[in-house]
Design a protein around this ligand. Structure first.
Ligand SMILES: Cc1cc2nc3c(=O)[nH]c(=O)nc-3n(C[C@H](O)[C@H](O)[C@H](O)COP(=O)(O)OP(=O)(O)OC[C@H]3O[C@@H](n4cnc5c(N)ncnc54)[C@H](O)[C@@H]3O)c2cc1C
Length: 483
């Protein structure tokens, strides 16, 4: 029965390959029905399929950054949560490294591994129970799929990332920040319960009230202690429409002053901002704020814009549906794909900068930056309130307000420029670290053991003991380079 299912799935995918039947722990190789003569350890029953063909492995060897390439020996497309339990137990017995892969949108090999087994989470894509204040989803679901389902009930997750084609497991292992974070924290702050397969191969349920230690070790835990297989996510009432305000500033101080004001009084539902190029080869600032509403109610533009010091007459105001607003990157991504730029290297840098250092730090960087340094990629700069962040492993500077500062670079296909950008990332990181800043580790910065210790600071010991407890053989997520 098992091998019939496997064979059928493989043929449906038009991949001509033999069925994996076991693993040879001596030669460290997967055994297929084609080379099953030698001795090997039998694979446990799986509802899904393990692939060892070149195309599937090559796909799992690369990510959105296109900066590192690590070829796994096999890829599991699980057919059930139990598959993940079984394969981790099997990996423990055979000393195999494991990495979960959501949508592979990290930049520096975070979901990659050399030689081991990648679990492609995308087949675990069911939305289970949707009720008035929560939804239970599998970790391979992408946020756009979840949002479409919740909006049918006029509900929404409180916080969404700028790009919503990311997996739930992927963003929950990092944090998940967006324009509503000044109100609701990051996505991990809106999780009510999780199902995890730990590095011991145990399926565990955890929440703030049950196995809290595991809950706190996994959310923003960079995949070190367990694989998220299901999440219960808080929902709130959704508005149908959004009024978007784009406001121009030519001065960093005024721009950040107004952003701080807006997140303090919470007059908007959504606040972000960008450093954008001006026509003279320099930079200006664009505040992006949005007010959510459901007609016949309408936002009051005058009171929303009161006491803001943007350049008069520059405001752009546009109404959109709630979904179109949250899905607004889809059009640009389709365009970048159509001109083959989306597949260029992405040496991104994503930092949290203490509010007190923003003027000095960001001001200095922006004064030296050119469009060539960003490859026309966006530069994000927006504040959030740290009292909204509840999870210990989501690391931000120790100030009430911190700024996300992200240079989302696109590099040309030229190794020297990529190296230069990566070196610059490291310099920018160090300067920010010396000012009390932290890194948001979705990006591409070379990190040493001591950098990780410093990044986790007072909770480093906690992460180490959670790792020992839940992944004692150190199987999980080597691509982060922490253990
Ligand atoms: C265009 C674009 C826009 C973005 N915008 C934002 C944004 O606005 N806000 C924001 O916060 N981030 C943003 N990001 C970063 C994004 O959140 C991370 O890159 C995230 O990791 C992507 O999710 P993914 O499904 O691709 O994860 P992957 O890259 O596949 O995985 C990321 C890490 O999580 C681990 N992992 C994956 N699934 C699981 C699981 N189920 N259990 C445990 N560990 C797992 C992986 O092993 C890896 O270490 C953006 C990225 C892109 C490319």
């Amino acid at each position: 029965m098992k091998s019939n299912t496997s064979r059928r799935n493989i043929l449906q995918g038009f991949i001509v390959t033999a069925v994996v039947v076991g693993f040879d722990p001596v030669n460290r190789s997967w055994i297929t029905s084609a080379n099953a003569a030698q001795s090997f350890v039998n694979l446990p029953h799986l509802d899904g399929v393990i692939y060892t063909d070149d195309a599937t492995r090559a796909n799992a060897a690369d990510d959105f950054g296109h900066l590192v390439y690590r070829l796994p020996k096999a890829v599991l497309k699980p057919g059930s949560i139990q598959d993940i339990v079984r394969i981790i137990q099997f990996a423990r017995q055979n000393n195999l490294k494991i990495a979960a892969r959501g949508q592979g949108h990290s930049c520096y090999g975070q979901a990659l591994l050399e030689a081991g087994l990648v679990i492609d989470m995308s087949p675990l894509n069911k939305i289970h129970h949707l009720s008035a204040d929560r939804v239970v989803v599998e970790a391979g679901v992408v946020w756009s799929q979840l949002l479409q389902a919740t909006l049918k009930q006029q509900l929404t997750p409180p916080v969404l990332t700028d790009y919503i084609e990311l997996s739930i497991g992927g963003t929950l292992s990092l944090g998940g920040i967006g324009g509503a974070s000044h109100r609701y924290g990051v996505q991990v702050d809106n999780v009510l319960e999780l199902q995890i397969v730990t590095g011991k191969g145990k399926l565990e349920t955890c929440s703030p009230y049950q196995n809290c230690d595991l809950f706190e070790a996994v959310l923003a835990g960079l995949g070190q202690c367990g694989i998220i297989v299901r999440a219960t996510i808080r929902l709130i009432k959704a508005f149908t429409n959004v009024r978007v305000f784009l406001l121009d500033y030519d001065n960093l101080d005024t721009f950040t002053h107004d952003q701080r004001l807006l997140i303090a009084d919470e007059r908007f539902n959504y606040v972000e901002g960008q450093v954008v190029s001006d026509t003279k080869g320099g930079w200006r600032y664009m505040l992006e704020a949005a007010s959510f509403y459901t007609p016949p109610n309408q936002p009051d533009n005058t009171s929303l814009l009161a006491s803001l010091s943007y350049t008069p007459g520059t405001e752009q105001i546009e109404d959109k549906s709630y979904f179109d607003f949250l899905n607004r990157l889809a059009e640009s991504v389709a365009y970048l794909k159509s001109i083959n730029i989306w597949s260029n290297p992405h040496p991104w840098i994503n930092l949290f900068v203490p509010s007190t250092a923003v003027k000095q730090y960001v001001g200095k960087i922006v004064s030296t930056l050119t469009l060539a340094d960003t490859g026309n990629g966006p530069i994000l700069l927006y504040p959030v309130k740290t009292d909204r962040f509840k999870l210990p492993l989501f690391r931000t500077p120790n100030e009430p307000v911190v700024f996300l500062f992200a240079i989302l670079r696109t590099a040309p296909l030229d190794d020297a420029t990529v190296r230069k950008m990566l070196d610059e990332n490291r310099k920018f990181f160090e300067k920010n670290r010396d000012l009390g800043g932290t890194r948001y580790p979705v990006d591409a910065i070379k990190f040493s053991d001591s950098d990780w210790k410093q990044q986790f600071g007072p909770v480093w010991g906690r992460l180490v003991s959670a790792k020992r407890r839940y992944d004692p053989d150190n199987l999980l997520t080597p691509g982060q380079g922490i253990f």
